[in-house]
Design a protein around this ligand. Structure first.
Ligand code: LLP
Length: 425
């Protein structure tokens, strides 16, 4: 995380000290680096330069309007999974013509909203969904562009909760059913078959499974072309991982290397089978755009020695950052100001009333109450997965740009949390 570094012994985001940010905005607070965000997006954009390609940021990873606005200005499209996410794109000034809509359970209302805004494509996941979309589009006098999410049945070799491309997954249309499903789609009057998509899983460090999935998609595109169903785009999904800093963890393949190999394969295929006619390529990256742009800043409330373990009780909790509790995810913990002294081993835990409320386990730390800690690489699936459990307001979010810091989401107040509730009179 080069945009987070120690300067004169204090951890900084770009040129801004995290101690100052904690003083100004309190804790827990998510702190993002704008330069890191741009650098990550540009690694995709640069590898796509001169090609008919679209990077549709998977905004479920972090949907703050400030982040969407920065990416939209840089030319990004968006991969959405709800009507709410589409409204966020619009509120941030994003272009619906660059939006693709993923997800297994799109409601009629969501389909109507997306059709009214003329989104680029619906990534359809089942035959009943095709029929529903056809009806909704017909009733609106519109034609919906569709892609089928195909399940290529490749092993992404990642955590089972975030692997999505295997046969037992709820996602996508089985590879063997794909041709028949495309025939159904092509026969529906209010749909236009536009593309094919897949997403095999998340936090992939190696691109081999992604390239294997690409080959499966190519096989289907060729088979469809033989039947006269011509696809205009190929969407390989997201999934590229980041380095969370755990000892022994493999480095993720650089974006440029993965995209280089992918385009090389696509170019060779198009040259051989389609006289070089290109096909539009879409990507849906989430974590690799925002994962390492942010940290969760938290204050140590107490150090609690125990008979078997020592606890470092902080003011952030599982409701702020669910990844450790949900996936046993390993997140790096760094002191904002490094102290000298003897390290002790702690579990870093929050105040929530669950044993599963931990952020890190068995970490050697030199700390005292009142010290600040940074949970590193928390930019993806942090705030967006947070909840109000225990009537805890969600954390504030700030964006650092050089030596300026902008509040991009206010901390929630308890009164905000029950404002929509009412007592029965
Ligand atoms: N496209 C689709 C259809 C997806 O379902 C996802 C993520 C993405 C793209 C973006 O994947 P990425 O590039 O971020 O790997 N909460 C989990 C990760 C869940 C991923 C869900 N789908 C975590 O914190 O590790």
């Amino acid at each position: 995380m080069p945009h987070f570094s120690y300067q004169a012994g204090v951890l900084h985001a770009e040129s801004k000290s995290l101690s100052n940010i904690a003083e100004q905005f309190g804790t827990p607070t998510y702190v993002y680096s704008k330069a890191a965000l741009l650098e990550n997006f540009d690694s995709y954009a640069n590898a796509c330069a001169g090609r008919d390609a679209l990077v549709c940021y998977a905004m479920k990873a972090n949907s703050n309007l400030a982040i969407l606005d920065i990416l939209a200005r840089r030319g990004a499209g968006f991969d959405i999974v709800s009507g709410g996410e589409l409204l966020r794109v619009i509120a941030a000034g994003g272009d619906p013509a660059k939006v693709i809509f993923s997800g297994v359970g799109k409601t009629v209302a969501e389909m109507r909203l997306a059709l009214a805004h003329d989104i680029l494509c619906f990534n359809v996941e089942s035959i009943p969904e095709l029929h529903r979309l056809n009806e909704v589009a017909g009733a609106m006098g519109k034609t919906a562009r569709v892609s089928l999410r195909v399940n290529p049945n490749v092993d992404a070799k990642t955590h089972p909760y975030i692997a999505t491309g295997l046969k037992a997954s709820k996602f996508g249309v089985a590879f063997d059913d794909a041709l028949a499903t495309y025939r159904t789609a092509a026969g529906l009057p209010h749909l236009t078959v536009a593309g094919i998509d897949c997403h095999i899983g998340s936090q992939l460090l190696d691109d081999a499974p992604l390239l294997e999935a690409l080959d499966k998609l190519i096989e289907l595109i060729d088979a469809l072309a033989r039947e006269g169903i011509v696809l205009h785009h190929l969407d390989i999904g997201g999934g590229l991982g980041i380095n969370y800093g755990e000892a022994g963890e493999a480095e993720p393949v650089p974006v440029a290397d993965y995209l280089g190999r992918l385009f090389k394969r696509i170019d060779a295929w198009r040259a051989e089978c389609y006289a070089g006619a290109p096909i539009k390529v879409i990507f849906e990256p989430g974590r690799s755009i925002v994962g390492d742009i942010g940290v969760l800043l938290t204050n140590i409330e107490f150090l609690k020695p125990g008979q078997e373990k020592n606890f470092c009780v902080v003011d952030a909790a599982m409701n702020d950052l669910m990844r450790p509790a949900l996936y046993q995810a390993w997140m790096d913990v760094q002191p904002v100001v490094a102290r000298a002294g003897e390290a002790h081993t702690y579990d870093v835990v929050g105040p929530v009333c669950e044993s599963g409320d931990w952020l890190a386990r068995e970490r050697a730390l030199v700390v005292a109450p009142g010290d600040l800690l940074a949970i590193m690489s928390a930019g993806a699936y942090g705030l967006t997965m947070s909840s109000n459990y225990n009537t805890r307001g969600r954390a504030a979010e700030v964006m650092v740009d050089g030596d300026c810091v902008h509040l991009i989401r206010q901390r929630e107040n308890p009164a905000d949390l029950f404002a929509l509730e009412s007592i029965i009179k």
